[in-house]
Design a protein around this ligand. Structure first.
Ligand code: EPZ
Length: 431
């Protein structure tokens, strides 16, 4: 894929139809890293066709795993892992590659990884990853842009009280702890469904884990894990994005093969916007009638609060709402980078540090804009679906890190999105 591929969107058409929800990117990534810990073959199904999944497979191969990818199932044989270094080039392709630190320390007793790629949402420190692994016996030296990690006496259990319920840190600790000596307890662990999915997979491999999803996780290390077949959970943020496409265009969309219980923190806001919802065990249908109503305040929090990943999505909806909405971003310091793209399309948005105030306008108009990051890019695409005229979105590699075949899916839902590949120009920012 060319980094400068574009979407050309002819907006103003209601998004209507049904869409099966892809497997969760953020659940698949740590599960693929966890296959390093298993003897025998692992088969991870419902891995979406995304560049971040490709990057994970490339990392596993570079470490000596044999991987085959067939119809969204990735089979990993980690019997011959012979490397403990993840190259800078591979690390920079995916920010979540930092979880390979815990997995490699557990598997090889050593890990060498570079600092994960750039900064898209504000400062994304890894101090908690490092301090937690140090508590478990890792010696970590930072030099030459690399983190050199070693556990000379093996990893051991520890009591870890996280000051922030960080998703990636919780995953790194779990990966390090499942085969460590003794018991690890994580207090203020992240409770996101993707953590619960990782633990479900690891339990199926023989790990002993309790309390995932509840804030305090206890892990008793076991000698070995065995490979298994596992199907990744559905992607809650992708599901919310397709519902938002209906909400912003006055459409009618049913998302199915999903887990509505993971989406509850967001669903009530669609009702606040005046949309009708029909929810079953595995589907949600959203019917919108004309302009959405305004949101009062949407404030992001760790799960089960309103997810930061859905903030750009709902802010896009609010740009055409009847009234003024307010957003407070509590997780990342810089997650409104996309807002100036929406402004270029006619949105009225004022940002002051973590607060965004959006005065809804009757209509957005098409413009030439660029995707800034994954969810910010999705926000711009949503706005383009609702806008009058044509919007050209470049840097769509950001969007395609997390949304599988989003152009084809939207076109099957009555939208008009053309993908144009451009091999000549270079991207402004790496994807
Ligand atoms: C995960 O990122 C997700 N990524 C993000 O999704 C998501 O936005 C985020 O969790 C929050 O839900 C993946 O799962 C691959 P964190 P992660 O550690 O793990 C601070 C998307 O769009 N912190 O929970 O990197 C940090 O600065 C992506 O799909 C430290 O201070 O997020 C932030 O303020 C983007 N020190 C807060 O914790 C640390 O060592 C939460 O970050 C680590 C984190």
């Amino acid at each position: 894929m060319s980094p400068m591929s574009k979407f050309i969107v002819n907006g103003g058409r209601p998004v209507i139809g049904r869409v099966s929800i892809q497997g969760s990117k953020n659940a698949a990534l740590p599960i693929l890293a966890a296959t390093l810990l298993c003897t025998g073959k692992s088969k991870i199904c419902r891995c979406s066709e995304l560049s971040d999944i490709d990057a994970s497979v490339d990392i596993l191969r570079s470490l000596g795993c044999q991987c085959t990818v067939d119809d969204k199932c990735v089979e990993v044989d980690s019997g011959r892992v012979c490397e403990y270094t993840v190259s800078e080039c591979l690390m920079s392709r995916m920010r979540s590659s930092i979880i390979y630190m815990g997995a490699l320390l557990a598997r090889c007793g050593r890990a060498e990884v570079s600092f994960p790629g750039g900064c898209e949402l504000g400062s994304r420190p890894i101090d908690l990853h490092l301090s937690s692994l140090r508590l478990m016996g890792a010696e970590i030296d930072e030099s030459g842009g690399y983190l050199h990690c070693e556990a000379p006496h093996g990893l051991h259990g520890a009591y870890i009280d996280l000051p922030v319920a960080s998703v990636g840190t919780t995953e790194n600790i779990i990966l390090a702890a499942v085969t460590a000596e003794g018991r690890t307890v994580i207090r203020n662990a992240a409770r996101e469904p993707e953590i619960v999915d990782l633990c479900a997979y690891l339990r199926q491999c023989g790990a002993k884990i309790d309390g995932d999803g509840q804030g305090v996780i206890a892990i008793d290390g076991v000698g070995r894990l065995r490979g298994t077949e596992y199907s990744v959970m559905p992607d809650r943020i992708a599901a919310v994005t397709y519902l938002a496409a209906a909400a912003i265009t006055g459409g009618d969309v049913e998302v199915y093969d999903c887990r509505p219980e993971h989406m509850y923190p967001v669903l009530s806001y669609f009702e606040q916007a005046g949309c009708d919802l029909t929810v079953t065990d595995s589907s949600v249908r959203l019917r919108a009638y004309g302009r959405p109503r305004r949101f009062e305040v949407i404030s992001t929090h760790v799960y089960p609060g309103f997810p930061t990943d859905a903030q750009p999505i709902m802010l896009a909806v609010s740009t055409v709402a009847d009234g003024t909405s307010m957003f407070v971003e509590n997780i990342f310091s810089c997650r409104y980078k996309y807002a100036d793209r929406l402004q270029k399309m006619g949105a009225h948005i004022r940002i002051s540090e973590r607060v965004a105030v959006v005065e809804g306008v009757e209509r957005l108009h098409g413009a030439k804009v660029s995707a800034t990051d994954l969810r910010g890019g999705a926000a711009v695409l949503l706005a383009a679906l609702a806008a009058e005229g044509t919007t050209v979105i470049d840097n769509i590699c950001h969007i395609e890190r997390g949304y599988e075949h989003i152009d084809d899916i939207l076109n099957s839902l009555n939208a008009d999105v053309k993908r144009v590949n451009d091999d000549v120009e270079q991207p402004n920012e790496p994807c």
